[in-house]
Design a protein around this ligand. Sequence first.
Ligand SMILES: CCCCCCCCCC/C=C\CCCCCCC/C=C/C(=O)SCCNC(=O)CCNC(=O)[C@H](O)C(C)(C)COP(=O)(O)OP(=O)(O)OC[C@H]1O[C@@H](n2cnc3c(N)ncnc32)[C@H](O)[C@@H]1OP(=O)(O)O
Ligand SMILES: Cc1cc2nc3c(=O)[nH]c(=O)nc-3n(C[C@H](O)[C@H](O)[C@H](O)COP(=O)(O)OP(=O)(O)OC[C@H]3O[C@@H](n4cnc5c(N)ncnc54)[C@H](O)[C@@H]3O)c2cc1C
Length: 671
Amino acid sequence: MPNRCIKEGDNPDLTKERKTCTFDTDELTANLYGSRNNMERRREITKKISADPDFADPIPHDFLSREKCIEATAKKTKAVVQRGSEFCDVTNYYEMLHLINEAIGIGGYPLALHYGMFLPALEGQAEKELTDDIIPRAKNLEVIGAYAQTEMGHGTNLRELETTATYDKATQEFIINTPTRSAMKWWPGNLGKMSNYAVVTCQLFIDGRKIGPHNFLVQLRCEKTHEPLPGIIVGDIGPKMAFDTNDNGFLALDNIRVPRKNMLMKHAKVSPDGVYTPPMHAKLNYGTMVYVRAHMLYAHGQFLATAAIVATRYSAVRRQGRIEHGVPEVQILDYQTQQHRIFPQIARAYAIIFTYMDIKDQYDAMIKGIAEGQTDLLPDLHAITSGLKSVVTHMAGLGIEQCRMACGGHGYSDASGLPKLYGVQIGGCTYEGENMVMLQQTARYLMKAVASALQGKPLSHSVAYFGKKSSGKSRIGKEGGDIAREHEAMLEALEHAACRLSVEASQMWEKRGRGGETKERAWNGVTVEMNRAARVHTRVFMARSFHRRVTSSPPSIRPVLTDLLSLYLHYECVDMAHHLLEDGFCSGEQIRYLKSRLYEDLTTLRPNAVSLVDSFDQSDRELNSVLGRRDGNVYEALYQWARKSELNYTDVLPAVQKYVMPMMEENRSKL
Ligand SMILES: CCCCCCCCCC/C=C\CCCCCCC/C=C/C(=O)SCCNC(=O)CCNC(=O)[C@H](O)C(C)(C)COP(=O)(O)OP(=O)(O)OC[C@H]1O[C@@H](n2cnc3c(N)ncnc32)[C@H](O)[C@@H]1OP(=O)(O)O
Ligand SMILES: Cc1cc2nc3c(=O)[nH]c(=O)nc-3n(C[C@H](O)[C@H](O)[C@H](O)COP(=O)(O)OP(=O)(O)OC[C@H]3O[C@@H](n4cnc5c(N)ncnc54)[C@H](O)[C@@H]3O)c2cc1C
């Protein structure tokens, strides 16, 4: 069967791997990206960008200062904006995402938050009077915006944000103010240096009454000079773990007046005479966060895929040690521990991307509903995206780290691309709601589902399985080798565990309440258990999504995807074995059976491992990794990469001349 990546001159070990492929890699790629046409379009974009001098990097960013990196990124961003249509359909979200990955990379660029949050916030929350004016100009990039919500003192607890927007009936304006140091906006991406506008989240005050957080459009800089406007202090918050090319910023506003229409009033409204009308759902103002949490899944699935590609290809190229005496050194991919480290990451990357496809469909349905005045899909989607955001970012972070360590010493070098990738990706555990906090949102929803299930009330999509009757004992290992029934048995076991953990967490909560604690204090006493239930529930959702996509995939790729699903489910069940054992639903013997099946899966997948990662179809530009390059010619490339280090511009460094040589000379003369 063809692996379409084989080319002459490639590392022979990689070619050998590609020749053992049992499926058509292009078919899997097309399935992953929606169609053959989408796959071809991605490749055309890659080809054009790779050949274009505007996007060439003579010196890798690894060797540049932050300012130089920002300059290079701004230059490329301008080229993307001015010449985007030469490369892709600029109205197509996925083509644009791919273009940006190819042309600019993942570390941030001047328009990241403009497109990622500023425009979505305006489109989702602003009223016609405001959108008619600002959206055409924002789309035309006459202005650039950020989403300024988090403050130095508060990010998670939006209810206590300190920035105020006080309505002045006399002038029909809002007065926006930063009352304390901790009220300064702190962290918003592209706020520091690039944006001249921002959607700013403020506590709305009318007639001295605090109404709660609402969003306002505020101009920050002069459109001609880009200087901050009077009363506005804005800047960059300094170096951070990653996102070097994003100017995450600070902002203080000193009694800035904006017209009434600058409040984003599609859902909540303030009339000219100061009458407040609440939105049809209390949290519609938080809609931009739901949007980003849903779409983050795709990016984080791709981040994990990148790491899996690098680790798998490198492990096929790297030979070290022997499994048996008297035979040549083996490819490190032949070690069972290496397979156990990497293959689950491949499976999880597929699982995350497939889950995203389901969520995207649900998100679109919810938006359609809201446009028709219905918000009934929002609570379920908010609950599951909160869980997915947390589980996926954590899972991807752990997975990238495993892949990095699987590359040994070279994984620690920036040449691998993995330290930077980890730095960028792991930010997702924090932004868009810290993971522990967002899991509690899911848990809250589970508690309601437990109550509904006990009362026999209808259950919504993500928790529908709470209504199933449990068989009491797992069928794992008792299905006589019928793979479809085996999969169903594992899914049933995971659902059983998620349901049980939710019920137990609910009982613990209730018990503390009966012991005299307030509901809220009692909640804090059981949040570890609550979050555990939320995590397992979310992992069930992912397993179901993956299963659905595999069972409905085209027959040509179903066998390899079924193998991958087997590995995924066995790995998930072994990883959560304690939950399956705790109430005796599974026996120790069944867990031992799952482990032995998992080890068989590693062997089954071994011949297809490289082809499965090739099917992610990430180009060398996107991978940005000497270790993961498609041709596998790693060692020469590693040396050429290191030669570019600025420490190698001269053979004797000024620092050595100035301090180290005189020191050695002094020591010699002392003898
Ligand atoms: C050059 C060309 C470019 C081309 C274009 C390319 C396109 C690129 C697009 C890319 C797309 C995406 C990627 C974007 C990249 C973005 C990078 C991200 C940068 C980071 C940004 C940020 O971090 S912004 C700040 C985020 N902040 C947070 O997330 C704060 C977290 N806190 C909260 O959300 C809330 O405070 C919290 C939910 C924790 C609690 O809120 P609270 O008001 O206290 O409410 P509760 O009492 O807990 O709950 C009350 C009820 O409300 C329900 N609820 C809460 N939130 C929501 C919600 N969002 N939606 C619906 N319902 C909600 C809750 O469940 C309770 O319900 P109940 O029924 O009463 O139980
Ligand atoms: C790379 C990056 C980009 C960002 N971009 C933006 C942006 O564009 N716009 C923007 O507005 N913001 C942005 N942010 C800010 C980000 O949204 C917040 O940092 C995030 O929401 C977490 O809030 P916090 O910093 O207040 O953390 P905190 O809430 O202070 O969290 C600290 C600790 O307290 C715990 N904790 C807090 N509350 C609870 C609770 N109720 N229960 C249990 N534990 C709790 C947390 O779990 C965590 O362990 C960005 C942040 C980063 C890192």
